[in-house]
Design a binder for this molecule. Sequence first.
Ligand code: PEP
Ligand code: MG
Length: 312
Amino acid sequence: ARAALAASAGGPGRTADGTAVQLLANVGTLEDADRAAALDVEGVGLFRTEVLFLDRAGAPSLAEQTDAYAWVFTAFGDRKVVVRTLDAGADKPLAFVEVAAEENPALGVRGLRTSRRHPELLTTQLAALAAAAERTGTHPWVMAPMVSTPAEAAQFAAQARAAGLPTVGAMVEVPAAALRARQLVAAGLDFVSIGTNDLTQYAMAADRLEGDLADLLDPWQPAVLQLVQATGTVEVPVGVCGEAARDPLLALVLVGLGVRSLSMAAAAVPAVRFALSRTDLGTCVEMAGAALAADSPQDARRAAARSADADV
Ligand code: PEP
Ligand code: MG
């Protein structure tokens, strides 16, 4: 009954023993943002800005982008908003960005790499984000997708700060970034956010668009959890914004690996809040240890569930 009460109470995410775990929404369109803002979420953990760029002949103008970002910042007011800069390429192709057909788009010029060929896209976007923040008096967090090296992190952080955006992070979705998360952060990041969709794709060398490989594309794969663990050791806030965050049992494992914010489709938040509210941090750590010791995603899930039940 106490647990049910905690769930119906809503509010900020916390473990049974009081460790704060922010519960955030993933949004793409402005309608998404409006819908999520009306719900009991602590903010936005992933604003997929590329949605504004899809199905168009050219990039939206500075003014158009500024209006769109200001709309989202206003909708969330004082709540946290983490904006991801343009993530084009591979599963998110943009007509005006694709110059040549790539043999392996998932390994090609995508995410932050797009700014190598089109620096003006990132420059304009950062300027629009800074203008929207100023217009609305808000402080968005800004992160880049598909960061692979500390040099890329340093370059992005410098550019974002120069544009007037002081809180800068990177997505961790390439195994190299997970293994070198400390060095990435030391390059000048204020936070990191793990994208488990791409991190799983790259760790398992399995195309995320290939349905036949669903068994490999499982975020319960112990190798993926080990990369989350490596990332979870950094001193700055660590979040997860991939689909893994919406699985209540896996969310507990992620918290046990050091993750302190979970971003997901807003509708999934209550179930994750409930799971957190009835589990101590120590149990999350035990669940994570049990999952890491497993040899398959099925065994990892079973081991985590057993650890959870042993402590309820
Ligand atoms: C991810 O890769 O996990 C992620 C959150 O980004 P997207 O799914 O948009 O690539
Ligand atoms: Mg991704």
